[in-house]
Structures are given as C-alpha cells and as structure tokens.
Design a protein around this ligand. Structure first.
Ligand SMILES: [Fe+2]
Ligand SMILES: [Fe+2]
Length: 214
C-alpha cells in the first residue's frame, strides 16, 4: 500500500475513533419529550415483556447505526444545502436513540452488546456511499429510512397491544423516519440499483436478528 493510501486510511480510522469516542462518552440531548411520558404503564406478561425488550433492543441498535450513518453523511456531503437538509433528521435520530434506551430500561432490558460493531459498520458503509457522491448518499438515506419504516410497521403489528408505552415510541419514530426519507428524497436522492437495495435488506436482516438477542 502506498504512503498516500496509508494516510487516507489513517484519517478515516481516526475519524471513526473520534466519533465513536464522543458518541459513547457524551450524554445525548433530546429535542423533544419522551413520547411515552403521559402514557400509562400496563401490566405485561413475561412473554410480552421479553418480546418488547427484543424489539426495543433491535430499534436501539438501528438508531446507533443511524447516528453513524448521518455522521458519515455530514463528513462526506459536498453540498452545504444537502448537509443542512440532513441536520434536522440527524437531531431527531438522537431523540430516537435516547427514547429506545429509556424504554429498554423501563422493560428491564439492556442495549445490544454489539453497539460499537453496528456503529463501525454503518459508518463505513455511510462513508462509502458519501464518497460516491451526494445523490447516492441521499439515495442510501432514503432506502435506509424506508426499510426502517417497514421494520417499525412489523414491530407495531407484532408487539403486544397492551404495551402502550413502547407503541407510543414506535409510532412517533415511524412518523419521523418516513419524514426523513422524504427530506432526503427532496434534497435530490438517486434511486439505488435493486441489487444494492437487496444487499441492504440482507445486512439489516442480519442486524435485526442478532440484536434481538445479543
Ligand atoms: Fe431513527
Ligand atoms: Fe431516520
């Protein structure tokens, strides 16, 4: 490997290290109140509680990935307007991250042990998408958000109807994610090739199946 390639790789790893360090050590500030704040706590059976815990761990892992994706996006976006259009979405992703963690704690659960792995993987994929160009970067955001909306719909279908607090969080997140997809779309996203979408669905399946348990 040439000296130049070493320095590009070094810079990239330093950036991941910087962001991951800041992400783990800093308490995250939310823009909005917790959606379940005024929702009654309901009695859940152990089966219902464990299912909700698994889903909220998956959603929390997804939000860790969203943090990495939007940070990579901000670093690689060439156009200032594109970067600004994404900033509000990125702030709302922090709300989601904190809400999922809060609900997990309420359910007596823990976050995924593979958090740094989800962060690193998404940061790498997001940076690669960004390096290809803004319209592809945005296309990647649109497809990611659309897939998240589908996951949230599945969770809302499967989660116990008694778990009103989890449902309140998931419903607000679903609304936000659909909006994020639309913001990225209107900022000039390209439609990704079907093969790339398929690969993204496969990766997200691996993540959701793993984070449910680990
Ligand atoms: Fe989110
Ligand atoms: Fe989002």
């Amino acid at each position: 490997m040439s000296e130049r390639n070493y320095s590009v790789l070094d810079g990239f790893i330093n950036r991941i290290d910087e962001h991951l360090g800041a992400f783990i050590s800093q308490p995250q500030q939310t823009l909005r109140a917790y959606p379940a704040e005024n929702v009654d706590h309901s009695m859940l059976s152990e089966t219902e509680r464990r299912q909700s815990e698994g889903f909220m761990r998956v959603n929390h892992a997804g939000e860790v990935s969203a943090q990495a994706l939007y940070k990579a996006q901000a670093l690689t976006a060439r156009d200032d307007q594109v970067r600004e259009a994404m900033e509000r979405s990125a702030e709302e992703e922090i709300d989601h991250l904190v809400w999922c963690e809060e609900r997990l704690h309420e359910l007596g659960g823990r976050t995924s042990l593979l958090g740094p792995f989800w962060f690193f993987g998404s940061f790498t994929i997001g940076s690669l998408a960004g390096l290809v160009g803004d319209k592809w970067n945005l296309g990647f955001v649109v497809e990611t958000e659309n897939q998240v909306v589908k996951h949230l719909d599945e969770h809302l279908n499967e989660i116990s109807t008694s778990d009103l607090r989890s449902r309140a969080v998931l419903e607000q997140m679903r609304e936000d994610e659909a909006h994020h997809a639309s913001v990225a779309h209107h900022a000039g996203a390209a439609n990704l090739p079907e093969s790339v979408k398929k690969m993204m669905r496969l990766l997200s399946k691996v993540m959701t199946k793993t984070a449910y348990w680990i």
